[in-house]
Design a protein around this ligand. Structure first.
Ligand code: ATP
Ligand code: MG
Length: 389
């Protein structure tokens, strides 16, 4: 018996003018995900299937497909000829052993069949009832719905299960975003969420070596690599923040250190964004989570961004929701390693919670030669390109 995987995509994006480019981005993601496996991908009448795969690889293929942005769900189906006996036997086999009630839904694209959908559903239901003791029909809340999808090519696809996929928009259809990536829990999740809306992610990380160790840096490299699984290829730009941070420490009011650091971080990120074709900055800020993530704190950071929008997809999320996603995307275990981020070295005792914008600007203005420091940091940046497997 041949098995196939039926793929479903989000309806919305296929309706507009961008349909063909969205669709080709989605197909491209699917083909890349399937590349390591022996199988064929087919597309007929807006339906996507994976066929001719090795059954022992099914679990892995399904897992991989379920991570693709733009796919909403998938089902593993059995493919049989559109002969009644064959279809009914497959329908029976599709009812899991634990089910107590079931219903049958039939879609009949092949109008050459001599029975209509309703008749086929009734007959299939009768066949199943005759073979399985103790099973009942429930048309409204069945334990299991058996779908019989009769296609025009002389074959029917029969399935009962459904696996939810990642949803969102196909990779790269929303342009580029520059993610400020720390080693913490939040920013990888922020990147994931924007990638899920179709953004191609480029990341920038600031380190303060030797104040921060090589392990802290390695942690971010590992996070970027892990993120490629969902986000596709990622360019990581590693910028030394040491000199700038020392300058800030030397010249600025200690309580404003984080505020000024954030301002300089976004200044650098914005330039790197423009140079790398990104139309937005992305951060992992969540309102009220730490002292610098108050409305006033965010205002004083955003003030230093010249033109690009700053996306903060976690702004309204609770920490435990963020952790859940981190777990799901595989960054949790890396982020939980305790190495210091550059924001935690020289940390002030009382970081200002509601920085006044004028004061934030004045503190930053105390940095002499900031422009040169920024240019130097950008010149010295290290670029690491991660390719999705
Ligand atoms: P995260 O878990 O992402 O580190 P956080 O809750 O620890 O976030 P902060 O340390 O205040 O919050 O950082 C806020 C945001 O600033 C981060 O989500 C990230 O986008 C950015 N950021 C912080 N530190 C760095 C860094 N060293 N390099 C790049 N971006 C950073
Ligand atoms: Mg952090």
């Amino acid at each position: 018996m041949e098995k196939v995987i039926l793929l479903r995509y989000g309806e919305l994006f296929l309706k507009g003018r961008n349909r063909s480019s969205f669709e080709s981005a989605l197909i491209d993601s699917i083909k890349r995900a399937l590349a390591p496996y022996e199988c064929t991908f087919c597309r007929t009448q807006n339906r996507y299937y994976v066929e001719n795969y090795r059954h022992e690889q099914e679990g892995r293929i399904v897992g991989r497909l379920s991570e693709i942005f733009g796919l909403s769900s998938l089902s593993v189906a059995v493919k049989v000829r559109s002969e009644y006996e064959e279809m009914y036997a497959a329908a029976l086999a599709a009812v899991p052993s634990g089910a107590r009630t079931f219903c049958v839904r039939v879609k009949r694209a092949d109008k050459r069949m001599d029975k209509n959908s309703m008749q086929i559903a009734t007959e299939a239901g009768g066949y199943i009832l005759g073979k399985r003791q103790g099973l009942g029909v429930d048309l409204f809340t069945p334990d299991c719905t058996v779908n019989i999808d009769i296609r025009e090519n002389g074959y029917a696809y029969i399935y009962s299960g459904k696996t939810e996929c990642a949803g969102g928009m196909p990779r790269g259809t929303a342009g580029g975003g520059m993610l400020l990536l720390s080693g913490g829990f939040d920013s990888p999740v922020a990147g994931y969420r924007m990638a899920r809306r179709g953004m191609k992610i480029t990341a920038v990380h600031y380190h303060s070596y030797p104040h921060t160790g090589l392990q802290a840096r390695q942690k971010v490299l590992d996070i970027a690599k892990t993120m490629t699984r969902y986000c596709g290829d990622i360019r990581l730009i590693v910028v030394s923040f040491t000199k700038i941070q020392e300058e800030i420490h030397r010249r600025c009011d200690g309580d404003f250190m984080i505020t000024v650091m954030r301002r300089v971080m976004v200044r650098i990120a914005e330039r790197l964004a423009v140079a790398n074709g990104c139309g937005a900055l992305i951060t992992g800020e969540s309102l009220g989570q730490v002292a610098s993530q108050t409305v006033a704190g965010i205002t004083s950071t955003e003030d230093a961004v010249e033109t690009l929008p700053v996306f903060r997809p976690l702004i309204g999320m609770d920490k435990y929701e963020i952790m859940d996603t981190a777990e799901k995307i595989g960054t949790f275990d890396i982020s939980k390693q305790p190495y210091e981020d550059c924001c935690t070295v020289f940390l002030p005792k009382n970081p200002v919670i509601n920085p006044k914008l004028d004061k934030a600007r004045a503190e930053e203005a105390k940095l002499e030669g900031l422009e040169e420091l920024i240019e130097e940091a950008i010149r010295g940046a290290e670029i690491i390109d991660y390719t999705a497997d």
